[in-house]
Ligand binder design. Structure first.
Ligand SMILES: C[S@@+](CC[C@H](N)C(=O)[O-])C[C@H]1O[C@@H](n2cnc3c(N)ncnc32)[C@H](O)[C@@H]1O
Length: 194
């Protein structure tokens, strides 16, 4: 609830530095570079839907979930503007609770750009269990997450992330770096559901 209020305030006051409208190159490389076959995608913590809409424009059926109604309403507006409302579904709610309504093995691609890293330890375990359930074998999970460098910083270390998602997911690739906006240690992780 507290987190929901904090994010709600950030969208209300336009304090959303992540909402650049830019699709990360890691996602573009996967979709346009590798041209993985389009299917069902889920965008966890989708914000205003930039990545969901990009996926829909590239032939995917995309479901975006976010806590904040204002972000979800903006995502729906953007989807209408881009004429992909039929290829997108936006749901307001918690990523773990909303996923209870999703069928087992129903997604070929999951994307999380900046949502997972703010979950509590218990939520991160529930999230991993949820993702293992809803992903199809062979499905791809792209995760962008902060890593803590001090005890009071939120996020998960690469070791914690790999522990949470393996062995049900195999790690294909990990690229660690520094977030350009906030200067935090961060990483891109690519997993495949076994
Ligand atoms: C850093 S923003 C990134 C938004 C979007 N992925 C993007 O790249 O523009 C994190 C988003 O996750 C959402 N979020 C955080 N915790 C969530 C949760 N438990 N369930 C659903 N959404 C959540 C926030 O409301 C926020 O929109």
């Amino acid at each position: 609830m507290l987190k929901q209020i904090l994010y709600w305030i950030r969208y209300l006051t336009a304090d959303t530095p992540w909402d650049t409208g830019i699709v990360p190159p890691e996602i573009i490389e996967l979709i346009e570079g590798e041209q993985i076959p389009a299917g069902q995608a889920i965008d966890l913590g989708c914000g205003t839907g930039t990545t969901s809409i990009y996926l829909a424009r590239n032939g995917w059926q995309a479901t975006g979930i976010d806590l904040v109604g204002r972000a979800i309403r903006e995502a729906r507006r953007k989807a209408r503007r881009e004429r992909v409302e039929g290829k997108t579904t936006f749901r307001r709610g918690d990523v773990i609770k909303e996923s209870c309504r999703l069928d087992d093995r129903s997604f070929d691609l999951a994307v999380d750009i900046g949502c997972f890293h703010s979950l509590s330890a218990q939520e991160s375990r529930d999230y991993a269990a949820m993702l293992k359930r809803i992903m199809r074998p062979g499905g791809t999970f792209m995760l962008y997450s902060f890593s803590p460098t001090a005890p009071d910083e939120f996020g998960y270390t690469p070791e914690q992330i790999i522990d949470l998602f393996t062995p049900e997911f195999g790690l294909n690739h990990k690229a660690l770096g520094i977030d350009t906006a906030g200067g935090r240690q961060s990483g891109w992780y690519r997993f495949t559901r076994k």
